[in-house]
Design a protein around this ligand. Structure first.
Ligand code: PEP
Length: 260
């Protein structure tokens, strides 16, 4: 294995608020985070509120060190797609990031790798930084298919995409995602590191080794203050995608502080 494939880079910690919080609650949380994290340097921080809160949170975070992301988008910029939101619309609201292919969207909204591929290409075309979520379910892990699944998802999702300079990959083992259960166990640091290193190896096969060294691979799945330090100190883990623990300002701030 290419153990020297990674380079030390500034970590990225992203909050995925999922379908939680009204506009007022979102602004309150953003305001608390702005205050708690105002002195944090050498770490990149982003929050991904629901679509309805993107604009007000964008205003709340103006001038702060916290960036904005969306949780999803369509791949077209406009048209007859009732209920959808486009890349140019989220960009217009100040989003720098967009989560693409989250396992909850794959499971509940039938998103497959070819749709995710279109969304990734559209995000990059529109100057957004996509956070591509990949990961195996429990059955696949038990059947020792983790690496096959990760490789398959990467090959399909990145098909035809020439530059991944702005791409972030989130390794999210589906079995570790809390679904709101604070007692859910995360992957061990050894298991997570093994998958991250494998992802980097696959990227070095598709692109140049230099690209693989520089791509950010962040971990998601029950990341919390109690386990953040050990997971985020692994050489191939370049940050975290945080669901449940990001709904509370103090716990998200602790995770951010553990990232340095
Ligand atoms: C997620 O679903 O992206 C996630 C990381 O959730 P949690 O932290 O709640 O496991």
């Amino acid at each position: 294995m290419h153990s020297a494939l990674n380079v030390k880079m500034i970590k990225l910690i992203v909050a995925n608020w999922k379908m939680n919080k009204t506009v007022e609650e979102s602004c309150l949380l953003a305001n608390e985070l702005k205050n708690l994290l105002k002195n944090e340097k050498n770490v990149d921080i982003a929050v991904c509120p629901a679509f309805t809160s993107l604009h007000p949170v964008s205003k709340e975070l103006k001038g702060s060190n916290i960036k904005l992301g969306a949780q999803n988008m369509h791949f077209e910029n406009s048209g007859a797609y009732t209920g959808e939101v486009s890349p140019s619309m989220i960009k217009d609201l100040g989003c720098e990031f967009v989560i693409i292919g989250h396992s909850e969207r794959r499971e509940s909204f039938n998103e497959d790798d070819s749709l995710i591929n279109k969304k990734l290409a559209a995000a990059l075309r529109n100057g957004l930084k996509p956070i591509l979520c990949i990961g195996e379910n429990w059955e696949q892990r038990l059947n020792e298919e983790t690496e096959d699944i990760l490789e398959y998802q990467l090959l399909k999702c990145l098909s035809g995409i020439e530059s991944i300079k702005d791409l972030v990959i989130a390794y999210e083992p589906i079995w570790a995602i809390s679904k709101g259960n604070p007692n859910q166990k995360a992957a061990t640091k050894a298991d997570a590191e093994e998958s991250h290193l494998f992802i980097r190896k696959v990227i070095s096969g598709i692109y140049e080794e230099e690209t693989a060294k520089n791509v950010r691979i962040i971990y998601g799945g029950s990341l919390k203050p109690e386990n953040a330090k050990e997971l985020l100190s692994m050489p191939n883990i370049n940050g975290g995608l945080v669901g449940n623990a990001s709904l509370n300002a103090k716990s998200f701030a602790e995770i951010v502080k553990a990232a340095k």
